[in-house]
Design a protein around this ligand. Structure first.
Ligand code: GAP
Length: 465
């Protein structure tokens, strides 16, 4: 199976802005609470909900789209802008059907499935010991007396569609199940256009589609998702060294995202687990409420992909090393992360409940740099000119970072709403603002407050992100 980081004139006082991280509440329904919070606050909605929803397809709401975009932007900065040896690409989703024959997906991107003739449910044959019988959940499928399972059958996970107006005569086209292949078939184009030399990489963020049989766990495994993939082309023989480089680099990226190091680990693929194209593979796993699971794979794909595309296309895909006067097919070290899966990881990692003055405070403790809203501007009261001053500050700040204006409800309730949205800073305009021009900045995690000059809010926020 394929696997598949003060002072007056600007401020009075100091704040602690590190990532505060007490243990996640010891409840087994964290996922339920998160799904509900995500809908309530506009992070993630079920696709086509008014029609009853579409299985394992999700839509990102106003806060979700910001969060996911911040994650993708960080990835792009780290993988493309911060490096001289990587170029970006945005290949089309639809590709020549031969691509998927060459890649091995047509023949081998399959899951073995069994159906139950009694309850009409479908299970992955290789995961039956993890599944529950729908009629008797205490038993696995096949163990209940009423179960009547079919023999396992192979089911291809690629979505098919047709290109051309007449379905019968049209070419079968696939919705790509990974972005990687668009990079392989473009590597010589990028090489020539960019004047890079091996070793070099191509990075891409884009949609992928898989008709998953056992999707679930919210946005963990979905049928439409986004991948953040980078393919690094190296001289054969240097692949192991580059593989280790990329393993280290990618784990460091997840740490810099603010994820708890204790909830991250490596999983090495054993001989029975390795994909057909891989010489070595490691997954970065995160400890979700539903167990340790893969969020990113780092693979040594050897020259498998370029060799296959050379064979199927009939075009030479060799690299000519001018200095050494030699030709070879580069080996490829791949780093492949799911944008949705990393978004879920960030949400789970950030979620916490605290008891404050006898009430439960729900907080999404995102690292400030990836928080959807960086600052909320709140007039304490809707009178005495406070809304006007707050509005001026809001308009100034939003020219720099994503900001939010809220004047409805008690101030405590407004703080709680921003805690739930993961907003790291709230700026409050009160009666002192009207006399001395200062405002209060409340920090999400510590709930500490400091006063700073109202005309320095944008500068102060910038320094604390
Ligand atoms: N090009 C290699 C490749 O696609 P993979 O292990 O199948 O390897 C890489 O997928 C990453 O893509 C996974 O670590 C995961 O983050 C993400 N991913 C894969 N299938 C997914 C799905 N059905 N839903 C959400 N993310 C998925």
């Amino acid at each position: 199976m394929f696997q598949g980081a003060e002072r007056r004139n600007c401020l009075i006082g100091t704040l602690r802005t590190g990532i505060f991280r007490p243990a996640m509440p010891a409840t087994d329904n964290v996922m339920d609470k998160l799904v509900s919070l995500c809908k309530r606050r506009g992070f993630v909605f079920q696709s086509s909900e008014v029609y009853g929803g579409l299985g394992s397809v999700w839509d990102y709401g106003p806060l979700g789209v910001e969060l996911k975009k911040n994650i993708k932007d960080r990835w792009w900065r780290a993988m493309v802008h911060a490096r001289d040896d990587i170029e970006g690409l945005d290949a089309a989703i639809l590709m020549h059907p031969r691509v998927w024959e060459a890649s091995g997906h047509v023949a081998g991107f399959t899951d073995p499935l069994v159906d139950c003739r009694t309850c009409k449910s479908r299970f992955r044959a290789d995961q039956i010991q993890d599944a529950a019988c729908p009629q008797k959940p205490s038993k696995h499928p096949g163990e209940h007396s009423a179960c009547d399972l079919t023999e396992p059958r192979l089911f291809n996970l690629m979505f098919k569609t047709f290109m051309g107006p007449v379905e019968e005569q049209a070419a079968v086209i696939y919705l790509r199940p990974e972005t990687a292949q668009g990079i392989y078939v473009n590597y010589l184009n990028v090489l020539q256009a960019s004047r890079q030399k091996v070793p070099f990489g191509i990075a891409q963020i884009g949609k992928a589609f898989r008709n998953e049989i056992t999707p679930g766990n919210f946005i963990f495994r979905t049928r439409e998702f986004e991948q953040m993939e980078m393919q690094f082309f190296v001289k054969p023989g240097s692949d192991t060294e580059w593989f280790e480089h990329w393993r280290e680099w990618r784990m460091a990226w997840h740490h810099a995202l603010g994820l708890a190091p204790a909830r991250l680990r490596w999983h090495e693929h054993g001989p029975g687990e390795l994909a057909h194209y891989a010489k070595a593979a490691y997954d970065i796993e995160y400890e979700f409420p539903f167990g340790w699971n893969e969020i990113e794979g780092v693979h040594n794909r050897t020259d498998f992909d370029l060799k296959r595309h050379q064979e199927y296309s009939g075009k030479k895909l060799e690299y000519f090393d001018q200095a050494a006067n030699e030709r070879y097919l580069p080996y490829i070290v791949e780093t492949s992360a799911g944008a949705d899966r990393v978004t879920l990881t960030v949400l789970v990692d950030a979620y916490r409940e605290e008891q404050v003055e006898g009430e439960t405070r729900v907080v999404l403790g995102f690292a400030p740099a990836i928080a959807p809203i960086k600052v909320a501007v709140l007039p304490l009261m809707k009178k005495e000119g406070m809304p006007e001053v707050a509005d001026r500050i809001y308009r100034d700040v939003r020219g720099h970072v994503n900001a939010f204006y809220d004047d409805s409800g008690a101030i405590g309730r407004r703080y709680r709403r921003q805690d739930e949205a993961g907003t790291p800073f709230c700026v409050t305009v009160d009666s002192d603002t009207l006399s001395d021009g200062t405002v209060t900045v409340r920090e999400r995690d510590s709930m500490q407050q400091v006063r700073i000059a109202g005309d320095q809010v944008a500068t102060w926020i910038g320094a604390h992100l």
